[in-house]
Design a protein around this ligand. Structure first.
Ligand SMILES: Cc1cc2nc3c(=O)[nH]c(=O)nc-3n(C[C@H](O)[C@H](O)[C@H](O)COP(=O)(O)OP(=O)(O)OC[C@H]3O[C@@H](n4cnc5c(N)ncnc54)[C@H](O)[C@@H]3O)c2cc1C
Length: 497
């Protein structure tokens, strides 16, 4: 493919062509009659078969401002679907909440019956933790209206809001906070796990910008978690995931921001990967906090393999141009797309590539140093297959200035996160595509230490080792707020006795 041909198709568009399922996938199951007249079969927290009584469901329904959905409800099938098409589960009951009282009622209903419970924020859990078979799905997707106080420079996002809604609401006031790179991801799971985005280096992780949260704990109580109120709970939810309750809303610190930013991507043929990565290995440690820049390697649907550098410069563009000069002198790029453009161009450019319904796998590791060994491994492990790619999430800067034990997210010393991930549409390719991802990552793994729970398909049940020094305190706080482990569909922390 020559340069002109490449430029005619944007990266996103050519990736998009590889994934025809973007227009929707999977057939809705034919509605089956609801079994509410006789009670419905369900499953308890420990997997035992139980029955939910008709009268109790009716009572819950009547107390609910939102909606209780059973199989057969016209929206049941769309409500149970989450982003990753690999997960096709059928909850006994979906509680679509529209206010905090609904969440409290749903949590109380589940606790009283020892009912298996999943919590759905934006539904982007790679391992599918936000839906379950035969349990209760607490669906927050209709609690999503973000409000902004421009004077206090704060945003309040309900637990089912999406990152794009947070970005949009804040940017209208010339404000921003760190948000991830695909706008249809939910604030819920994203924030509770840490929150990496393109403003990390300047403003820290999303949890570093969390001022407070409202949490419905397992006892059905609504609690504020902040530096002043329930500080232990506040510490735990900043990295400990959904283990401690249902977050009905998050309050974020915002920062003044000019949404017109120097940003985009430079792309080279993969044959120039060594030049690009060796340069990056020397260059990255002296970068300013304004500059977010990290490599990715992928293969286009036509078989062309590329290495790209994604850039967002969150400061004075003149200084940005100067700081990026050396990068632009590397090799012979196929395309240099770095220019002044609206921040949301970058924040939405991968939305279609990672469209709802794809079958997707991802695995990652935290990296402290872009060593020569890692550069060699990135080049040697590269697999030319449009279904899988290597991505990075740059950290350092403000992320690393927060203490290792200041929040429950311990991987503060990492300079970057290396991710192998991708998508396909044919279920028959599941095993093959995942095997490619696993073996690719295996070659990079020796250069990593720990991983980011939120971007991982395989290790959702692997225990608490990844929390490092935070593990013991997390178990204690879990024991205090969720002694019966009601909230276990997450990377679960076993409650300390
Ligand atoms: C396409 C894509 C792009 C991504 N990009 C980034 C990125 O740039 N940066 C980054 O850091 N991560 C990223 N992630 C990972 C993302 O942070 C996690 O997938 C996260 O769990 C998504 O949150 P969610 O609310 O959409 O997920 P859900 O599937 O709804 O939930 C995930 C987990 O969090 C729990 N949970 C969700 N909401 C709540 C709540 N309100 N209260 C209590 N528990 C809750 C669920 O029970 C579940 O255990 C990305 C994921 C995808 C699929």
């Amino acid at each position: 493919m020559n340069r002109r041909q490449f430029c005619r198709t944007t990266l996103a568009a050519s990736f998009a062509a590889a994934y025809p399922f973007m227009t929707g996938c999977g057939k809705e199951a034919a509605p089956v009659p609801t079994k509410v007249d006789t009670g419905i079969a369900a499953v308890s927290l420990d997997g035992a078969e139980i029955e939910l009584e008709k009268a109790a469901i009716k009572e819950l329904s009547e107390a609910f401002a939102g909606e209780i959905m059973l199989s057969g409800h016209p929206e049941y099938d769309s409500a149970r679907r989450i982003w990753n098409g690999m997960h096709d589960k059928r909850p006994a009951l979906i509680a679509r909440c529209i206010n905090q009282g609904d969440i409290q009622n749903a949590v109380t209903f589940a606790r009283e019956r020892n009912l298996l419970t999943a919590v759905r924020g934006g539904g982007h859990s790679w391992p599918g933790k936000s839906v379950c078979d035969n349990g209760l799905m607490i669906d927050l997707s209709h609690m999503n209206a973000v409000t902004v106080d421009p004077v206090m420079q704060r945003a309040v996002a309900p637990g089912g809001a999406l990152l794009g809604q947070l970005d949009d609401a804040a940017l209208k006031h010339g404000l921003v906070t760190t948000a991830g790179v695909v706008s249809h991801t939910g604030v819920g799971g994203y924030t509770l796990g840490g929150g990496f985005g393109r403003l990390n280096r300047k403003h820290g992780l999303t949890i570093d910008n969390l001022v407070s949260a409202q949490i419905v704990t397992a006892d059905g109580q609504l609690r504020t978690a902040s530096a002043d109120e329930n500080p232990d709970l506040f510490w735990a939810i900043r990295g400990g995931g959904g283990n401690f309750g249902v977050a009905s809303q998050f309050e974020y610190q915002l920062h003044p921001f000019d949404r017109s930013v120097l940003s985009g991507m430079i792309v080279w043929p993969v044959e120039q990967a060594r030049d690009v990565l060796e340069f990056y290995g020397e260059w990255y440690s002296g970068l300013s906090d304004d500059l977010y820049v990290g490599p990715m390697m992928a293969t286009m649907p036509d078989g062309t393999s590329i290495i790209g550098m994604e850039v967002v410069y969150a400061g004075d563009p003149v200084a940005g141009e100067k700081e990026m000069e050396p990068l632009r002198k590397i090799g012979k790029p196929m395309d240099d797309g770095i220019k002044m453009q609206d921040y949301m161009v970058m924040q939405t450019k991968e939305d279609a590539l990672f469209a709802h319904g794809i079958r997707s796998y991802a695995k990652n590791g935290m990296v402290r140093e872009i060593s020569q060994g890692l550069v060699d491994a990135m080049i040697e492990s590269f697999v030319s297959d449009p279904r899988m790619a290597m991505f990075t999430h740059t950290a350092g800067g403000a992320v690393s200035r927060v203490g290792e034990s200041a929040t429950a997210f311990p991987h503060r010393n990492a300079e970057t996160m290396v991710i192998i991930g991708g998508g396909w549409m044919d279920p028959a390719q599941d095993e093959e595509a995942m095997a490619i991802g696993r073996s690719w990552f295996k070659q990079l793994e020796p250069f990593t230490g720990g991983y980011y729970d939120n971007i991982d398909f395989d290790r959702a049940n692997s225990g608490g080792g990844n929390y490092g020094p935070a593990q013991e305190r997390l178990a204690k706080i879990k024991g205090q707020y969720d002694p019966g482990n009601l909230f276990r569909l997450n990377r679960n922390i076993k409650p300390a006795a």
